[in-house]
Design a protein around this ligand. Structure first.
Ligand code: B16
Ligand code: MG
Length: 214
C-alpha cells in the first residue's frame, strides 16, 4: 500500500460544517455592513478563527476595530457557530464518508484528524466519531494554523509515523499547502480540488480507496 495513515481535515472533508462557518460569519458581517460572500468565504477555509476575522475585516468600510472588539466579534461568531453545531447528529455523517472510513480502516490504514478548529472535539462527538480516530490534532494543540504544517506534523508524531507515509485529505487550498509543507502527499475535495491544489483532486470521497491501493 502507498501510505500507512490518512490524516483528514474535518470541516469540509468529514462533515459539512464549512457551511455553518459561512452562515455564522455572514451574520456577523451583515450586522457590521461588511460585504461577505462565498468567494471570500473560500479564503477562510482551514485558517484560524482570528485570521478569518482579519480576512473579513479587509472589506470593513468603517473605522478599524480594537483588539478587544475583535476578540468580542470572534467570540460572538463562535456562539452562533456552536448554536448551528448543536443541531448536528450522526445523520450529518454521510454514508459515503462513513463507509469509506470503515473500508480504509479494514485495509489496515491508521486514520487521524488534522483540523484548525478548536471545536473539533464537539463536532466529532455530535457526528458519532468520538474515539474513532487513532490521533486527533486540532486547533487546541497548535500555535500556527494552516498553511503552516504544524497540525499535520503533530498528527504524524502522534501516530509515530514519518510524514512521507501519511496522506492528507483537504478541502482548503491553505490546507493542501500545509500538507505539502509537512512533506506529505495531498488528496483534495471540494474547493481545493476545483483549484487543482492536490496531488489528487477528487470528485468523490470514496476515490480515496483506489488512491491508497496505488
Ligand atoms: P474554529 P478545518 C477550520 O477547520 C475551518 O476550515 C476554518 O474555516 C475555521 O476558521 C477554523 O477551522 C477554526 O475553527 O473557529 O471552530 O476554531 O477545515 O481545518 O477542519
Ligand atoms: Mg476544511
Amino acid at each position: 500500500m502507498r501510505f500507512q495513515a490518512i490524516i483528514f481535515d474535518l470541516d469540509g472533508v468529514i462533515c459539512s460544517t464549512d457551511e455553518y462557518h459561512f452562515q455564522a460569519w455572514k451574520k456577523i458581517a451583515d450586522e457590521l455592513d461588511i460585504p461577505f460572500d462565498r468567494t471570500i468565504n473560500n479564503r477562510l477555509r482551514g485558517v484560524s478563527r482570528m485570521q478569518s476575522l482579519e480576512i473579513i475585516l479587509e472589506n470593513n468600510p468603517g473605522d478599524p476595530f480594537t483588539d478587544t472588539e475583535k476578540q468580542s466579534l470572534a467570540a460572538d461568531k463562535n456562539e452562533i457557530y456552536k448554536d448551528l453545531l448543536s443541531q448536528m447528529s450522526e445523520k450529518d455523517l454521510s454514508d459515503e464518508v462513513r463507509n469509506t472510513l470503515n473500508g480504509l480502516r479494514d485495509m489496515g490504514l491508521r486514520l487521524a484528524i488534522g483540523s484548525s478548529s478548536k471545536n473539533t472535539p464537539l463536532i466529532l462527538s455530535r457526528i458519532g466519531l468520538n474515539g474513532f480516530f487513532d490521533a486527533v490534532s486540532d486547533g487546541n494543540n497548535i500555535t500556527h494554523s494552516k498553511p503552516h504544517p504544524e497540525v499535520f506534523l503533530k498528527a504524524a508524531e502522534m501516530l509515530d509515523l514519518f510524514p512521507q507515509n501519511c496522506l492528507v485529505v483537504e478541502d482548503a487550498v491553505s490546507g493542501a499547502e500545509a500538507g505539502h509543507a509537512a512533506g506529505m502527499k495531498v488528496a483534495c475535495v471540494g474547493d481545493a480540488a476545483q483549484q487543482g491544489a492536490g496531488d489528487w483532486n477528487l470528485t468523490a470521497f470514496s476515490e480515496l480507496v483506489s488512491i491508497v491501493e496505488g
